[in-house]
Ligand binder design. Sequence first.
Ligand SMILES: Nc1ncnc2c1ncn2[C@@H]1O[C@H](COP(=O)(O)OP(=O)(O)O)[C@@H](O)[C@H]1O
Ligand SMILES: [Mg+2]
Length: 372
Amino acid sequence: MDRAAGLSVRAKLTLSYAGFLMLAGVLLLAAVWVFLLRYVPERALMVTGSMDAPDHGVFPVRSNLLRVFAPRAAAVFALLLAFGLVGGWILAGRMLAPMTRITDAARLASTESLSHRIRLPGRKDEFRELADAFDGMLARLEAHVAEQRRFAANASHELRTPLAISKALLDVARSDPHHDAGEVVDRLHAVNTRAINLTEALLLLSRAGQRSFTREPVDLSLLADEAVETLVPLAEQRGVTIETDGDVAPTTGSQALLLQLCTNLVHNAIVHNLPGRGTVRVSTGVRPGTVVLCVENTGENLTPEAASTLTEPFQRGTERVHADHAGVGLGLAIVKTITHAHDGTLTLTPRPAGGLRITVELPATAPSAVRR
Ligand SMILES: Nc1ncnc2c1ncn2[C@@H]1O[C@H](COP(=O)(O)OP(=O)(O)O)[C@@H](O)[C@H]1O
Ligand SMILES: [Mg+2]
């Protein structure tokens, strides 16, 4: 923003210091003057010894007094003014010194590097708090930019992989005309499907992140039931049993996105589970002010540190990427983005016996608002 030049804060502080000093000086001198008027003349008369004519000397003594007092008072004022201006200028400069560092850091951040920090030394005060808040903001911004870069690099890499595989398949088919065309077509089809899934997941992620969806009253328990119903065949195929336990969970949001959230969570709970003997528990409920969806599953042991990274895009667990159920690694990133877009919180807790408990909390709405 272009602003017209104004008086600096240092100058304003200096003027106010000097102003206050002058005001204090005026009050002090006024007090001295009143004191002199009240007590000095009588005493002065008594000292001269004219006891028999006490009314005589008062006025001449007063005007004398003023003549003596006024120039001294003016000198004191001039001294006070000079002292206030110089002292104020030095004091204000010292007080405002941290401000220069903060401004420099802000300029640097807006033009070049986000890695600069102010790190103002000293004990806590208003300036230190501002500097610390600013440092915190810079750290967040820097992390965010780094995360975006990492995401773009990972996404490009993931998108290139199916294209590179397709190219290799086509090269083989071209160089060897007797190669089984049906096999090539099948493999190309599989690779292509994966690429489409990946692109759709990326589109979904950006759509959820933009928060531009329409919000309507929804019951999370119905969406969880719907997700479970569609995934029952997959669970049966993998020998995983699903238990559901749903209280009405009224909230507001995008039906499609919240269904996607439930589907991703239940899908993960089925595929990242113990094959043949796994269980999944899906429950919904209401807490004061929030509705809760909890998806719990048996599975391998996870450390809390490992669990906390799983929501990052393209972060996959220990399984091989090319296992048959290999997802694109965006399932939990999408869940997190959808949760945040609905002003909710997502918690991943490893279960002591292995597997994961994932809890999504969303703001609750009055149950009557939900169309069933
Ligand atoms: N319910 C779960 N139980 C155990 N591990 C899980 C669960 N959900 C996700 N994970 C781990 O988190 C990783 C990331 O999940 P996700 O983002 O959905 O990617 P994907 O499923 O495509 O691998 C998975 O690879 C898996 O290792
Ligand atoms: Mg997944």
